[in-house]
Design a binder for this molecule. Structure first.
Ligand SMILES: Cc1cc2nc3c(=O)[nH]c(=O)nc-3n(C[C@H](O)[C@H](O)[C@H](O)COP(=O)(O)O)c2cc1C
Length: 255
């Protein structure tokens, strides 16, 4: 059976004819790269497999490692993380996704536990995250509960950071009011003098593990006919530090 597709297009550098779009639709129905401009874009961005994998994490990891390796996307680790107060006021900011663990499936970022995001996560330990690799035409969305990293994970990453960044973690009262930049620089100088080159991890600084119970992979298509699928799973809390994960369920969704 052939896939039926309707293509909306606006022209531009990759403008194609309606006929191109129909040829592409038929090729997509056979899970092939279509000829013409649509095919060129698909070869650049790739596309989701016709039969969705039961577990999206290996594909997510492939995209993530590919984005790091290709070096066409500045800051491939950049991840927007959204938190919310218990009464539903959301806030979002960029952090760096420093780890992606395929099995059992979570991502890790590091921050100040006393920051605004830290306070919101303490009161409402759930988050949504987005990684967007513009140059690759790909987006990954995650939603789920968050737990703090075990201290050893935070220690290990902290020790790998540059000396200035380790001093900065002590000097910055992240998200608190600051009267002037001079005050911050004085604090940096004071912490540098206090610790020298041996800087331990501050107790208020460490990792968070975001465990997706919803994960979406998105690939840019021409004519806004993007390729999109969502996976869901159930997470059962195990102590304060993790979850027992049920199987993923995949659903292709309209773009
Ligand atoms: C590219 C980029 C990467 C960033 N990485 C981090 C990070 O890994 N951890 C962090 O705490 N803040 C990071 N920041 C700063 C945050 O966006 C934010 O300003 C800070 O965490 C305070 O947020 P909050 O007040 O909402 O808690 C990054 C900002 C940018 C633009």
């Amino acid at each position: 059976m052939h896939a039926v597709a309707v293509f909306f297009y606006r022209g531009g550098p990759h403008a194609a004819s309606a006929r191109d779009a129909c040829v592409a639709a038929i090729a997509l129905g056979h899970n092939r790269v279509p000829p013409g401009p649509l095919g060129e874009i698909m070869l650049r961005t790739g596309f989701l497999p016709g039969t969705l994998p039961s577990d999206p994490m290996p594909l997510f990891e492939k995209w993530f490692l590919g984005a790091r390796k290709d070096k066409v996307q500045p800051n491939p680790d950049a991840m927007v993380i959204a938190t919310a107060t218990p009464d539903g006021y959301p806030s979002a900011r960029v952090v760096l996704c420093k780890k992606l663990i395929v099995d059992p499936g979570y991502v890790v970022f590091f921050t100040n536990y006393d920051s605004r995001k830290g306070a919101e996560l303490a009161a409402n330990p759930r988050a949504a995250a987005v990684l967007h690799w513009d140059a690759l035409g790909r987006q990954v969305r995650l939603e789920g509960p968050i737990v703090r990293s075990p201290p050893a994970e935070s220690d290990e990453y902290f020790a790998s950071r540059a000396l200035d960044s380790r001093i900065g973690a002590w000097a910055s009262l992240q998200s608190q009011p600051l009267d002037s930049r001079a005050t911050l620089l004085k604090r940096v100088a004071a912490e540098a003098a206090r610790f020298g080159t041996s800087v331990p991890r501050p107790p208020h600084w460490g990792g968070y593990r975001l465990w997706p119970e919803v994960l979406e992979l998105w690939i840019e298509g021409t004519f806004r006919v993007h390729d999109r699928a969502r996976w869901n799973r159930q997470l059962e809390p195990v102590g304060d530090t993790g979850f027992k994960a049920g199987p993923w369920h995949a659903t292709r969704i309209y773009p």
